[in-house]
Design a protein around this ligand. Structure first.
Ligand code: NAD
Length: 454
């Protein structure tokens, strides 16, 4: 099947490469000429494990190509995927659909009038966007056979290829049987693996994507608040997470306490869902609260560092290990590191930082930091080291070497990748997230302890 993909970013490029690997003939299109030139030269403009080999293989077999020109590939394609960005609209938090509508108008001009084309929306878009897209296509090209399908993407950066090729489910929103048949053909290799495919109405499919992200953001926020409580009560949030996560109704995933969620999806998608819900007078109060708590949390992380260093960061140097919102990506969008570093700088600290893949992207969004080339260079002379992103290479740091080169041996581990006993035994002061008391005990606990001792 011939497929055109509009937008060659994280989703478009991964989807295009994987669909080509399924055997389809795919053209990835982007308005960013520099990105397309790099792709044509065999250079992958984003960091995603395994993507370079996958792209190279499919280019070699002539199943994957790149262009800035939409007309021919769209004219020839049976399925045209829209995978452009839908960032938060400045000022009000609604999803900004400018890129989607621009892409759709360009697609309209190139549609083949002689047979059905399915325009598949893979971008995360508010409920009703598919209706609007259909209206634009029918207005621009009256009488041309076209169906608009919602097919939200659930891949995670860092594990995107595996997620695309072995998804938990595929959601396809359309009630048109011909369009469903084309979508079955697109994903045929996955049916053979017995991947569940859920056919729904278009609006329902659009909502499923937001509901999924909002739920996951809420789950993370729940365990983060639980971590704060654990710090007050001298309990261990990791054991709490395991204790509840082993309950099949709850599940173990997304119960890792940390500095708050970030990334290219959760922050913008929760905001967009809140706006949609408010607009139709059915507010999502749980999600509104989730967003507020998460925003506060990201700022609160700098206070944790402040406490670890004795309450004054003026003139001190903080070594930040990890900048991207999670490991195995170079994506800095809404990374918790941004608010953390801002808070530390406001408190008077100098920042040295290192990320294995995110330094170039970080330089675009964070100012006045000293960029380092590895963890040990970063911590040299620092008064405190802070692990913000749990890259594998930070999981086995040489503490002896660190202690000798740091000004003060203090480690703030915002991802709980070490254990207190191990780190303290190596002469460090250690602060983690929610694993035992970090602040003076809450009065209730103190009273009980005193009563027990009496
Ligand atoms: P991205 O910013 O990495 O890529 C978008 C690409 O679209 C850019 O290269 C841009 O130049 C291109 N583009 C914009 N307008 C265009 C046009 N008119 N014609 C051709 N190309 C155009 O974005 P992304 O992270 O891939 O996200 C795309 C969509 O997928 C968003 O709606 C996002 O919410 C959703 N999504 C993202 C992820 C993720 O992990 N990144 C996961 C699931 C869903």
């Amino acid at each position: 099947m011939k497929i055109a993909i509009i937008g060659s970013g994280y989703v478009g490029l991964v989807s295009g490469a994987c669909l080509a690997d399924f055997g389809h003939e795919v053209t990835c299109i982007d308005i960013n000429a520099d990105r397309i030139e790099r792709l044509k030269a065999g250079e992958i403009p984003i960091y995603e494990p395994g993507l370079e080999e996958l792209v190279a293989r499919n280019v070699r077999f002539k199943r994957l190509g790149f262009t800035t020109e939409m007309a021919e590939p769209v004219h020839e394609a049976e399925a045209v995927f829209i995978a452009v960005g839908t960032p938060s609209r400045r000022g009000d938090g609604h999803a900004d659909l400018t890129y989607v509508y621009r892409a759709v108008r360009d697609v309209a001009a190139a549609l083949n009038p002689d047979r059905l084309t399915v325009v598949v929306d893979k971008s995360t878009v508010p409920v009703g966007t598919g209706d609007e897209v259909e209206w634009i296509l029918r207005e621009e090209r009256p009488g041309v056979p076209v169906e608009v399908v919602s097919n939200p993407e659930f891949l995670r950066e860092g594990a995107a290829i595996a997620d695309f090729k072995r998804p938990d489910r595929i959601v396809v929103g359309t009630e048109d049987e011909d369009a469903r048949e084309i979508m079955r053909e697109v994903y045929r290799p996955l049916f053979l693996n017995e991947t569940p495919i859920l056919f729904t109405s278009r609006r329902t499919a659009e909502l499923i994507k937001y509901a999924g992200n909002a739920f996951l953001a809420m789950k993370i926020t729940f365990i983060n608040e639980m971590a704060d409580l654990c710090e007050r009560l001298d309990a261990d949030v990791q054991d709490v997470a395991l204790g509840i996560g082993l309950d099949g109704r709850i599940g173990k995933k997304f119960l890792h306490a940390g500095p708050g969620y970030g990334g290219s999806c959760f922050p913008k998608d929760t905001l967009a869902l809140i706006k949609t819900a408010q607009d139709c007078d059915s507010p999502m109060r749980l999600i509104e609260t989730t967003v507020a708590i998460n925003d506060q949390r990201k700022r609160a992380m700098s206070r944790k560092v402040l406490q670890a260093t004795g309450g004054d960061l003026r003139g001190k140097t903080v070594a930040v290990l990890g900048l991207t919102f999670k490991p195995n990506t170079d994506d800095m969008r809404d990374s918790p590191a941004i608010s953390l570093i801002q808070g530390l700088q406001d408190a008077g600290a100098t920042i040295r930082a290192f990320d294995p893949e995110g330094m170039d992207e970080a330089a675009k969004v964070i100012e006045d930091i000293e960029c380092c080339t590895d963890a040990y260079q970063t911590i040299t002379g620092a008064d405190v080291a802070v692990i913000v992103t749990e890259w594998d290479q930070f999981r086995a740091l040489d503490f002896e070497r660190m202690r000798k080169s740091m000004h003060e041996p203090v480690l703030v581990d915002l991802r709980n990748i070490y254990t207190r006993g191990d780190v303290e035994a190596r002469g460090f002061r250690y602060v983690d997230v929610g694993r035992g008391r970090q602040l003076p005990a809450a009065p209730m606990v103190r009273d009980n302890v005193q009563r027990l001792r009496a």
